[in-house]
Structure formats: structure tokens, C-alpha cells
Design a protein around this ligand. Sequence first.
Ligand SMILES: *[C@@H]1O[C@H](CO)[C@@H](O)[C@H](O)[C@H]1NC(C)=O
Ligand SMILES: *[C@@H]1O[C@H](CO)[C@@H](O)[C@H](O)[C@H]1NC(C)=O
Length: 127
Amino acid sequence: MEITFGNSTFLLIFSLLLCMCSGCHGCMDEERDALLQIKDSINSPEGTAFSSWYGEDCCQWEGVQCNASTTRVSSIFFYYRRDSLLENWYPNATLFAQFKDLEILHLPGNQIAGFTSPDGNHCCFTI
Ligand SMILES: *[C@@H]1O[C@H](CO)[C@@H](O)[C@H](O)[C@H]1NC(C)=O
Ligand SMILES: *[C@@H]1O[C@H](CO)[C@@H](O)[C@H](O)[C@H]1NC(C)=O
């Protein structure tokens, strides 16, 4: 009985620690990967426009905000980051679909003309 009690206490503490650690990590892996792919596909001049987009915790990145309780990305906003000499941009809709808690997506001045749907077609301007 005592041993069982000890084990469950240990488990409780262990899972609490685990929880706290994923909390300080602060960013879902699949959402960070999607953001990095968006960064790659936007072709900003010299890549400098997203200088803060590196590291583990994408919630700390410029123009990215997370929901504090879910640690999921809740808003993404960046303006005029795409090289204006490039043609229209059709971001991959699959990437944006990773953000389950996304509430605000504000990307003016990036020549977005639509989204690329999973079948590779340029698609309607809805998300
Ligand atoms: C965070 O997410 C929770 C659960 O989806 C939601 O109820 C809450 O309103 C969100 N908070 C903010 C600040 O958006
Ligand atoms: C969109 O992104 C997904 C996930 O990374 C990838 O599997 C897919 O090939 C991409 N589609 C296009 C058209 O680039």
C-alpha cells in the first residue's frame, strides 16, 4: 500500500514536471515547422524579413502570437515581407491548416493572390 502510494506520488510529480517542460517549450512542433516552411516560401529579400523566426519557441517570433492556455498559434501577421519584384504568391493552404487555433491571419502587402490547395491547384481566396 505504501509502495503504491509512493509510486503514484512519483508519477504525479513526474507528469507535472513533464507538463511544465512542454509549457516552457511553448510551441507546437508541427506549427513551428509550418511557420518555417511559410518563411521559406515567401522569398523575402535576403531572408532578413524574418530574422526573429528561428529557435524552438515560435510563440516568441515576431508577428506570431499564441494562445497562452493551448500554446497554439492564435495569430500571424506580417506586412510587406515578400520581395515586391516577385510575382503573385499562392501560399500552401496545407501549411496554414496546421494552425488549429488560428484566429487572426493578417498578411497585407505580400502579393497573396490565393492559396495552393493540396491537389496543387491555385484556389479560391478562402481559408
Ligand atoms: C485559447 O484557447 C481556448 C481553447 O480553445 C479558448 O477557449 C480561449 O478563448 C483562447 N484564448 C484566447 C485569448 O484566444
Ligand atoms: C504543402 O505542404 C504540405 C505539408 O508540408 C506538403 O506535403 C505539400 O506537398 C505542399 N504542397 C505544395 C503544393 O507545395
